[in-house]
Design a protein around this ligand. Structure first.
Ligand SMILES: [Zn+2]
Length: 455
């Protein structure tokens, strides 16, 4: 029996320049057939209404604002269970935060923890309107099989993903070899996957030797993009210079590791040569404003990158892209460069939230993604938003930044034609038991991390 659905919302932005308000959406068997304005009384629109009227499920969201499914371009699902963990000492600079917190935390994770972390991350991301998460995983002592755990959890909830496991020399050659094997095996198995793609994860230049970069370059398929941290702190730039390179990005290009679908997270402390190399290759920058503020590492000069290359991530700081977009906007306003006082912060943030992830993912998956498009599987989110000022083609993004982002919980999320969030409820898993299980795992991990405090 075909599944017919009509959805009426107050407003829709399709991710490709079209704003319709109000809007009616016709979906058949998960495929988005047509979008009309209810005011459209053309023969075509009437034909759809007649065909759907007797059989369709009607969803009427009088305050619904539909956007393309949101994308988190740099996340760490493995860090989910650290939320609220009491720290033994107040966090210091980035190196201390990594050594005293994250490198202890990731070393304690087993495969079951990884699965639960991914599941609870997916649940949170779906509530925030995401249909795809680009995850950067780390579990050096449970590397083998780890990506499959994340895949299973994400797939169970219906969220799409781009996965990688970070390679690092910090745990020695044996661990690195296991991380490399896991990455290559997973990538090979997902070359043409419709919903999940792999990248080759690298931690950051300052924990990778030249010898290791050479090894990775020799064994990595040429078109497999890398996903790494770059210039998050001055120490990464200094380290590359001490090793004889112009900067961390130039160093990776020297080993032939870059291509246009590569993602470099942060990109705050880079050299001029690094910037040039990024522009030459079209490397994507994952801007993580909330994380950068939390770690006190500064902020990138967004206007110095090509406007099409910046995407948005949370770096493990929650899963809400509307919150992240608002933070990116406010940071850009607070830090606006004296050289460019008229910088269009809202335009830049709109591009990093919607337009740029769409072109990045379309290129990576080889199919159109990140837009609400007729003839494609339904892939969009509906937020309940009650404007008290006019909303139109010119100002809708202002409503997103100043209004919707204050309450970034979605009502409906369609991914690949399926409602994975319906009326605010996750449709695939029992959310209460997922949360309970996550709390139990967190309770087991915390003491292991904290008692490790001395070294
Ligand atoms: Zn990160």
């Amino acid at each position: 029996v075909p599944d017919f659905r009509t959805i009426r919302v107050q407003a829709l932005y399709d991710g490709a320049g079209r704003f319709i308000s109000p809007c009616e959406i016709f979906i058949r068997d998960g495929k988005l057939e047509r979008i009309f304005s209810p005011r459209d009384d053309s023969v075509d629109a009437e034909a759809f209404r007649r065909e759907y009227a007797p059989v369709a499920d009607q969803i009427h969201e009088p305050y619904g604002f539909a956007l393309p499914g949101l994308v988190n371009s740099h996340h760490h699902s493995y860090s989910a269970l650290a939320r609220g963990m009491p720290l033994l000492v107040p966090p210091g600079d980035l190196k201390t935060i990594l050594k005293d917190l994250w490198w202890k935390f990731d070393s304690k994770l087993d495969l079951e923890d990884i699965y639960v972390s991914a599941l609870v991350t997916a649940v949170e991301a779906i509530h925030a309107g995401c249909t795809l998460v680009v995850d950067h995983h780390s579990s050096p002592f449970s590397a083998r099989g780890s990506l499959r755990q994340i895949e299973n959890a994400f797939e169970e909830t219906g969220i799409k993903s781009v996965l990688c496991l970070e390679l690092s020399d910090r745990n020695g050659d044996h661990v690195l070899e296991q991380e490399l094997e896991e990455s290559l095996t997973f990538a090979k198995a997902h070359v043409n996957n419709h919903n999940i793609r792999a990248m080759m994860g690298l931690h950051a230049g300052f924990t990778l030797s030249d010898r290791t970069l050479k090894k990775i370059a020799a064994r990595k398929p040429g078109d497999l993009p890398i996903h790494f941290h770059a210039g998050e702190h001055q120490l990464d730039l200094d380290d590359a210079k001490n090793k004889g390179y112009a900067g961390p990005i130039q160093r990776l290009s020297n080993f032939g590791l870059l291509n246009s679908n590569s993602i470099a997270a942060h990109c705050i402390h880079l050299s001029e040569q690094d910037m040039q190399v990024m522009a030459d290759y079209g490397v994507k920058i994952a801007h993580c404003p909330e994380s950068n503020m939390n770690n006190g590492v500064g902020y990138p000069s967004i206007q110095d990158f090509s406007a099409e290359s910046v995407v948005l991530g949370t770096d493990g700081m929650g899963s809400s892209m509307l919150t992240s977009a608002r933070a990116a906007f406010l940071l850009s306003r607070a830090a606006r460069d004296a050289r460019d006082p008229d910088m269009d912060s809202a335009g830049l943030v709109r591009a990093m939230l919607l337009d740029n992830p769409s072109s990045f993912l379309s290129s990576l998956f080889g199919r159109k993604m990140g837009v609400i498009k007729e003839g494609e599987p339904a892939d969009f989110v509906i937020f309940d938003y009650r404007p008290f000022t006019p909303i139109n083609q010119e100002n809708w993004f202002g409503h997103v930044l100043f209004g919707m982002a204050q309450n970034p919980r979605a009502d409906w999320v369609y991914s690949n034609g399926r409602a994975i969030l319906a009326n605010g409820r996750i449709t695939s898993v029992d959310e209460a038991s997922v949360l309970k299980e996550a709390r139990e795992h967190a309770k087991r991990i915390w003491p292991k991390v904290l008692k490790h405090g001395g070294d």
